[in-house]
Structure formats: structure tokens, C-alpha cells
Ligand binder design. Structure first.
Ligand code: C5P
Length: 240
């Protein structure tokens, strides 16, 4: 199992979600950012539009890149996709924990064979799903209970951590150990627009709960001054 990067720089705990439609608007922001202060997340929309070339461009600029493609398929296919992602030189990749133990173990083994080993993170229950939504697909269980079950399975299958809501961090750290990496979206600086996120915490609250990395998009990307927005978040976190 690879070691979780224990950076002491609070800013490097912030992963900026690059939810842009094209390379030009992505690079307009990235040119203003510093790899020592933040990492970058490339999700499905940007990846489908701009592909591995853009990811490599970000890496060549010195950034750690989280490739947020949430792989979920048969074990062989997911393992091959993880290997392809690792070969790109990314820092973090994720798979759906509901793909099961074998799928996650195959992903782990594939990454362990790579020269460059990204952190392998599991997705538990998407925060967009309610109790009723998961009941409709056959899971008659509280979402929080299912999150814990999947996070435990992810850890036992050799994953480095999971994506979770800041509200789940304390319990998951207690149940799964301090070294299990927790990556949390749903973070909003005090006074920022909540948008479509449901249950939010401020960056410093999330870090105090024990989050290892904070995924923050619109409070930075939609700000008239993204660099100042990031600096303010880092300053707030440094006080914790
Ligand atoms: O703009 P905002 O800060 O809400 O962006 C959060 C990012 O984290 C988005 O890229 C979103 O897709 C991602 N995400 C999330 N909730 C999850 C998983 C990922 O908001 N449960």
C-alpha cells in the first residue's frame, strides 16, 4: 500500500476542482496558481473534452493531479484503466467502492506494479443520493451506514482512502484509522455561496474534523479573483 502524502503545507491540502468546459478557461486559471499551494482535480467533463494531453500539461507545470473519473467496471477493465491513469503520472485516482472487493484489489495490484503509484481512493455513496434513492436501487439501509461499510471494504481491499462528506470524517477516522486518507468535497469558506452542495463545512472546520484533502471548486474557480480566494482559504486554514 502506498503512503499517504503528509504535506505540512495547509495550502497543499486544497484540491482545486477544475470544472471547466475547455482548455482555454482551464489554463487561464491554472496559469495563476502555484503547485506549492494547491493540487488540481480533473473530472469527467474536462477529461472527456480535453483528454490526457491536458492532464499531462498540468503535470508538466508541476501540479499534483487528482483524476476524478470514478472507475466502476469488471476488475480487469478497472485495473487496466488505473494502470493507464498511473502511467499518465497523476497523483490520485478513484474507483467506486461498490464495484466490490475483487475490483478494488485488482486496481491495487495494477497500481502497485506501476513505476509511478498514485493514491488509490474509493467513492462510497455519492452525496447526491438520498435514503430513498438508494432504497430504489435495492439498498434498504441508512446512507451513513452504507458509507461506513463501503469505506471499511475499501480499506480491507488495500485502498489508500475514500472520498466522503466532511460530516463523515470523524467517524471514518475513528473506525478506520488515522492513516486512512479522507478526501472531502462540500467545503465552503464562511459567507461563500453554497450552490448545489447540501451539507457544507468551512475549510478549517473540515480540517479540524480530520480531512486530509479538501476539494474546492466554485468558491475559487467562480471568484472574480481566484488567487485571492485561494489565499484567503489557506490563511483561514493556517489558523487551525
Ligand atoms: O464547486 P464545488 O466546490 O461544489 O465542487 C466540488 C467538486 O467536488 C466538484 O468537482 C464535484 O463534482 C466534486 N464532488 C462533490 N461531491 C461528491 C463527490 C465529488 O461535490 N460527493
Amino acid at each position: 500500500m502506498s503512503l499517504v502524502n503528509e504535506s505540512k503545507i495547509n495550502g497543499a491540502k486544497i484540491i482545486v476542482a477544475l470544472d471547466f468546459k475547455d482548455e482555454a478557461s482551464t489554463m487561464a486559471l491554472v496559469e495563476k496558481l502555484e503547485p506549492s499551494l494547491c493540487r488540481l482535480k480533473v473530472g469527467k467533463e474536462l477529461f472527456v473534452r480535453c483528454g490526457p494531453e491536458l492532464v499531462k500539461k498540468l503535470i508538466n507545470k508541476g501540479f499534483d493531479v487528482f483524476l476524478d473519473l470514478k472507475f466502476h467496471d469488471i476488475p480487469n477493465t478497472v485495473a487496466a484503466a488505473c494502470q493507464a491513469a498511473a502511467d499518465m503520472g497523476i497523483w490520485m485516482v478513484n474507483v467506486h467502492a461498490s464495484g466490490g472487493r475483487k475490483m478494488m484489489q485488482f486496481a491495487r495490484e495494477a497500481i502497485d506494479k506501476c513505476e509511478h503509484k498514485p493514491l488509490l481512493i474509493g467513492v462510497t455513496i455519492l452525496t447526491s443520493l438520498s435514503r430513498q434513492d438508494i432504497a430504489e436501487v435495492g439498498l434498504d439501509i441508512e446512507p451513513a451506514e452504507q458509507v461506513l461499510r463501503l469505506a471499511r471494504l475499501a480499506r480491507d481491499s488495500g485502498l489508500d482512502g475514500v472520498v466522503c462528506s466532511p460530516q463523515e470524517v470523524r467517524t471514518l477516522k475513528q473506525e478506520l484509522g488515522q492513516d486512512f486518507c479522507l478526501v472531502t468535497p462540500g467545503v465552503r469558506p464562511a459567507g461563500a455561496a453554497i450552490g448545489d452542495q447540501q451539507r457544507v463545512m468551512t475549510p478549517s472546520e473540515a480540517l479540524l474534523q480530520g480531512s486530509d484533502y479538501l476539494v474546492i471548486g466554485r468558491p475559487i474557480t467562480a471568484s472574480p479573483d481566484p488567487v485571492m480566494a485561494l489565499d484567503n482559504i489557506i490563511a483561514e486554514c493556517s489558523l487551525t
